[in-house]
Design a protein around this ligand. Structure first.
Ligand code: MRU
Length: 351
């Protein structure tokens, strides 16, 4: 019996090679692209053809497979393994899942090389490790959805920012997994999706995902969020994360911090949904999280049309940090961390 189709789309697939849903074209065009080498994958990650922290981690795991597969000897295989890992790690700086995926594959590769396994089996075994990492992400998303769904108020309006949905992960999403799960359990909620300037992941991707799943969604511009809180239109906020420091500070798409401040002011719960692959236990606090600065062109122009005058300075950070004290709870695959702090974050990881 073939598996039931899911109401959510997939960001990436391995079918004899790596295939990505080209997210820069959504929602106008649904185009799958094949990625056959590491440089093309790095370029795809940088231009956000594949994006969202867990999805980048899964894509990078497959990228390691692409990097080694032409190697003819065990020496070149190991050399390519390390070179590919170093190149992929530089693709985007903030999402720690990229490192999690790459390090998982490095460990697997080194274990294989130190085992009795014959060289002809190394690459197929590495592919299996990448597929297992991808499947694991799928399970983590489901667990996040299961734990988070009961937190959402019945029939409430739920605000989300950017896209932390299926297209940001190897499964059903993180923030949107909570929403999909609550909806499947009969919660007649409505999602308020911030458009998410400047690349509009909220308007383009979150609205597309939710609409095709039949979940009511209302798009608003980012600067409409404050008035939505003041008019009691928002009953809970749920967002994803690119990296969570060990003290519970959370990096996510630029604009998230502002939403946390509004939510705090208006006593609305602010939830962050993320798998433990998004936790960086070596990172002491939000100040130590590297924040990606993206190209000026994304701000001074819309498409190819320049809208700001020539010669101005542009500041285009892709992420911001929400301090732990503004986070009501972090929803992970293990359960709920209420009022997160270092002790609770480490306990969740069994540390
Ligand atoms: O620049 P993007 O589109 O990769 O940013 C994505 C986000 O900020 C998401 O909220 C985050 O990666 C969590 S995805 C489950």
């Amino acid at each position: 019996m073939s598996p039931q189709p899911t109401p959510w789309p997939r960001a990436l697939e391995w079918k004899g090679g790596l295939h990505l849903l080209e997210q820069t074209l959504l929602p106008q065009e649904e185009v799958w692209i094949e990625i056959s080498d590491v440089d093309s994958l790095i370029a795809a990650i940088r231009r956000l053809a594949v994006r969202g922290a867990p999805a980048i981690g899964c894509a990078a795991a497959y990228g390691i497979v692409l990097g080694v597969r032409e190697s003819q000897t065990s020496e070149t295989w190991l050399q390519r393994l390390n070179q590919t890992a170093q190149a992929l790690l530089k693709a985007r700086p903030t999402a720690v899942n990229l490192q999690t995926g790459v390090r998982h594959m490095l460990r697997e590769g080194e274990q294989l090389a130190n085992s009795e396994t014959s060289f002809s089996e190394w690459s197929p075994r590495l592919l299996k490790a990448a597929q297992a990492f991808h499947r694991q992400d799928e399970r983590l998303c489901e667990a996040i959805g299961r734990h988070g769904a009961p937190l959402l108020p019945e029939g409430g309006n739920i605000l989300t920012h950017c896209n932390a949905g299926a297209l940001a992960t190897g499964g059903m999403g993180t923030a949107l997994a909570v929403i999909y799960s609550a909806f499947q359990r009969g919660n007649q909620l409505t999602v308020f999706a911030n458009e998410t300037r400047p690349l509009l992941q909220g308007a383009r991707i979150t609205c597309w995902e939710l609409q095709r799943a039949g979940i009511p969604v209302t798009l608003q511009c980012d600067s409409a969020a404050a008035s939505a809180f003041s008019q009691n239109l928002i009953h809970a906020v749920v967002v994803g994360s690119d990296r969570i420091a060990r003290n519970g500070d959370v990096a996510n798409k630029i604009g998230t911090y502002g939403l946390a401040v509004f939510a705090h002011k208006h006593e609305v719960p602010f939830y962050v949904a993320a798998p433990t692959t998004t936790f960086d236990f070596d990172c002491p606090c939000g100040d130590a999280i590297p924040i990606e600065e993206r190209e000026e062109q994304e701000l001074h122009s819309i498409g190819l049309t320049r809208i700001a005058p020539e010669g101005i300075q542009v500041r285009n950070p892709a992420f911001d940090v929400t301090p732990a004290h503004l986070v009501t709870a972090i929803i992970t695959e293990h359960g709920i961390i209420r009022a997160p702090n270092e002790e609770k974050v480490l306990a969740q990881a069994g540390m």
